[in-house]
Ligand binder design. Structure first.
Ligand code: 1GP
Length: 245
């Protein structure tokens, strides 16, 4: 059993890092191989596995494929129903604090917690905050909750502060997968200065310039999903090599 503190230390130690998000629904072997190898070559800190799929066996298959190819830690970024797998190195125990949907604040957690414990999966308590984008994303729709207003960084900061007072250890600011544009930098900076907690930012990041701007704003870890699915060569073109940052 891995001690709980390790996963918290991992995220606390991240700075100007990035993660590849793999959706278990999109694991065509050749594309997955290219994305994973590119991530490993270009200094990804970890792999996040998550999406809207509900079947645990598909999740396990995906984690196995990831672990067969790269030695990076693979964390679950659980979707609806919170499916879990014992192959995961840890799990972002997300509570959707930007919304008021009780099921996503605490409901699904009660059902998943005993399974997570039985599988000895390390968890990190994570404040999951959806931020309004230009259009409705799957994450926004599936959560049936209002996102944080895009132009109100103070509201995002207050939400994150409340989450930190509740004991959460990590903030995930998400514009939703496939968003037209990333979470505003002002929101990241406001959340960072109010809480000092490590911040993950994802959704709509499509260029190295956007990624770098989010790092400058205070993001510890930026997540890339769609851009890697659509153009695995993104990594080569954008020169993500940590040595050159
Ligand atoms: C969404 O943060 C992730 O939860 C990644 O989003 O697919 O837009 O990169 P993209």
């Amino acid at each position: 059993v891995k001690p709980q503190v390790e996963i918290e230390d991992f995220f606390l130690g991240l700075s100007r890092s990035w993660a590849l998000l793999i959706d278990p629904d999109k694991i065509e072997p050749e594309s997955l191989r290219i994305r994973l190898n590119s991530a490993a070559r270009n200094g990804a800190a970890c792999i996040l596995v998550g999406g809207s799929h509900l079947e645990e066996n598909q999740l396990t298959q995906c984690l196995k494929a990831c672990k067969d190819q790269v030695s990076l830690p693979c964390f679950l970024f659980p979707g609806p129903g919170m499916p879990v797998s014992s192959l995961a190195d840890g799990l972002l125990f997300l509570s959707l604090v930007s919304g008021r949907n009780a099921d996503l604040l605490i409901g699904q957690h009660v059902i998943a917690a005993p399974r997570i414990k039985a599988m000895s999966i390390p968890v990190i308590s994570t404040a999951y905050m959806l931020v309004e984008g230009d259009s409705l994303t799957t994450a926004h729709y599936m959560s049936q909750s209002l996102p944080l207003p895009r132009n109100k960084p103070g509201l995002a900061a207050a939400t994150a502060l409340a989450a930190s007072y509740l004991g959460m250890k990590l903030i995930y600011l998400d514009g939703g997968s496939g968003a037209q544009s990333p979470v505003p930098e002002a929101t990241v900076t406001a959340v960072k200065s109010e809480t000092g907690l490590p911040i993950i930012v994802g959704g709509g990041v499509r260029s190295f310039a956007q990624l770098s701007a989010l790092w400058d704003a205070g993001a510890n870890l930026v997540v890339l999903g769609t851009v890697a699915e659509e153009s695995p060569e993104f990594f080569a073109n954008q020169v993500l090599d940590r040595a050159s940052l």
